[in-house]
Design a protein around this ligand. Structure first.
Ligand code: ZN
Length: 145
C-alpha cells in the first residue's frame, strides 16, 4: 500500500526530523505559527547567489508540521529562490486541489493524503508559509490564518 509507505515516511520525519537546528550564519529567518493546532516554528535559510545553500528549522508542533518542515528543508537545498517558490505553489495545490500528483515534488507527495483532513492542511503548509516570509524577508510573522 502506497498510503502505508507515505505514513511511514511522515512518521519517520516527525520522530527524527532532519535539519532540526538553529543556523548562526543564516541569510534569512522567519517565524511561523499555526493557531489552529498550536504549531510553531522558526526557519533558517542560507541563500547565496540566489540558491538555497542550506535550510534548517527549530520548533514545536504536531507530527505533520514537524515532518513537513523536515522534508521541506531537505527538498530546498540546491534550489533557486524561484524553484523554491514554485515548489511552494505545487505543494499548496497538492493539498488544496484535485490537481494530479506531479513527480516534481519528489518525496513531498507523501503529504497528499492530508488533503482529506482539512484541519491538518495548515499543519502541513505552515513550514511553507514561513518559507515564503523568509524568502521575501517579510518582518511579519507567518501565520496560516
Ligand atoms: Zn499541527
Amino acid at each position: 500500500m502506497v498510503d502505508d509507505l507515505y505514513q511511514e515516511i511522515i512518521l519517520d520525519h516527525s520522530k527524527r526530523p532532519r535539519n532540526c537546528h538553529t543556523m548562526l550564519d543564516a541569510t534569512g529567518t522567519a517565524q511561523g505559527f499555526n493557531p489552529l493546532c498550536g504549531d510553531k516554528l522558526e526557519l533558517y535559510l542560507k541563500v547565496e547567489d540566489g540558491i538555497v545553500k542550506d535550510a534548517s528549522f527549530v520548533g514545536s508542533g504536531c507530527a505533520i508540521s514537524t515532518a513537513s518542515a523536515s522534508l521541506m528543508t531537505e527538498s530546498l537545498k540546491g534550489k533557486t529562490r524561484e524553484d523554491a517558490l514554485q515548489m511552494l505553489e505545487k505543494f499548496h495545490d497538492l493539498l488544496t486541489t484535485d490537481s494530479p500528483v506531479t513527480s516534481e515534488l519528489g518525496k513531498l507527495v507523501v503529504f497528499c493524503g492530508v488533503k482529506d483532513y482539512p484541519a491538518r492542511v495548515k499543519c502541513a503548509t505552515l513550514a511553507w508559509h514561513t518559507l515564503k516570509s523568509a524568502l521575501t524577508n517579510s518582518d511579519e510573522p507567518a501565520t496560516t490564518e
